[in-house]
Ligand binder design. Structure first.
Ligand SMILES: NS(=O)(=O)c1cc(-c2ccccc2)cc(-c2ccccc2)c1
Ligand SMILES: [Zn+2]
Length: 264
């Protein structure tokens, strides 16, 4: 497909020319700020099923030139307290740069976090796979986990330690599966919920976003590994470009409300 980047001539302000939805409505991310919030007592805690993958399973870990992506089996699924089952497809990350450890996509009252993890699920009651679901208004449910620099995170290390094997675009390896629940914050009952889009081209407005209130932490060293190991260039490229700063800036909320599951 066409090339798109986060800065320069193919940067996000140019995305709508090749990907019209990127200039459309219900775009993500947004700044999750207090006066958009509406407390919704009916928001049920997010329940994750079969996240405790067996070490016998193997997952594909790849560098797609825009992020590091871990494939996930559809046996993992969500019930977001809604009518449909959402099965897992992949998880990936967005992060800042070694000198600027601020690279989350969603911000909270203007605060940007060091990084953000997205676990992409698709409505498997209605659609056969994630690609078909991606452009349907009820197609996707993405879990967003905000990431701060702090205590070392053993869960994250289970895939961060392989980054040096996928330095270049389109490289991928098989890694032993692990308990994906360990990548989530302790509390799954406190979250922001709103209707939005893919944060990368083609920006389909097809995502039910659930961003957990509590950030998780990774250590400074883990952040530096994430922000300095990968290239967006392929192995044959003569110029090596480090892959970082891969986050879209917050978009206008338009007249959207952010439902929150907590009152404080
Ligand atoms: N940021 S996101 O969660 O909205 C998202 C990012 C990317 C993405 C794409 C390229 C490079 C890196 C990240 C792909 C998807 C996706 C969702 C459903 C089906 C297919 C793709 C979703
Ligand atoms: Zn993402």
């Amino acid at each position: 497909g066409a090339t798109w980047t986060y800065t320069g001539p193919d940067g996000e302000q140019h995305w709508p020319k090749q990907y019209p939805f990127c200039g459309g409505i219900f775009q993500s991310p947004i700044d999750l700020h207090t006066h958009l919030f509406r407390y919704d007592p009916t928001l049920a805690p997010v329940k994750v099923w079969n996240y405790d993958l067996s070490i016998q399973e193997q997952l594909s870990l790849g560098n797609n030139g825009h992020s590091v992506q871990l494939s996930l089996p559809p046996s993992m699924h969500l019930s977001v307290g809604l009518a449909h089952r959402y099965s897992a497809a992949q998880l990936h990350l967005h992060w800042g740069s070694p000198s600027m450890p601020a690279g989350s996509e969603h911000t909270v009252n203007g605060k940007q976090f060091a990084a953000e993890m997205h676990i992409v699920h698709f409505n498997s009651d209605k659609y056969p796979n994630v690609s078909t679901a991606a452009y349907k208004s009820d197609g996707l449910a993405v879990l967003g986990v905000l990431i701060e620099v702090g205590k070392f995170n053993p869960g994250f290390d289970l895939f961060l330690k392989y980054l040096s094997s996928i330095r270049y675009k389109d490289q991928k390896i098989q890694v032993p599966a692990f308990n994906i629940r360990n990548l989530l914050p302790a509390r799954l009952d406190e979250f922001y919920r709103y209707d939005g889009s893919l944060t990368t081209p083609p920006c389909y407005p097809s995502v039910l976003w659930t961003v957990f209130r509590t950030p998780i932490t990774i250590s400074h060293g883990q952040f530096q590994d994430l922000a300095s190991t990968l290239y967006s260039s392929s192995v044959q490229d003569s110029i090596l470009t480090t892959l970082n700063g891969n986050y879209r800036r917050p978009k206008r909320p338009d007249d959207r409300v952010v439902l929150v599951s907590f009152q404080d």
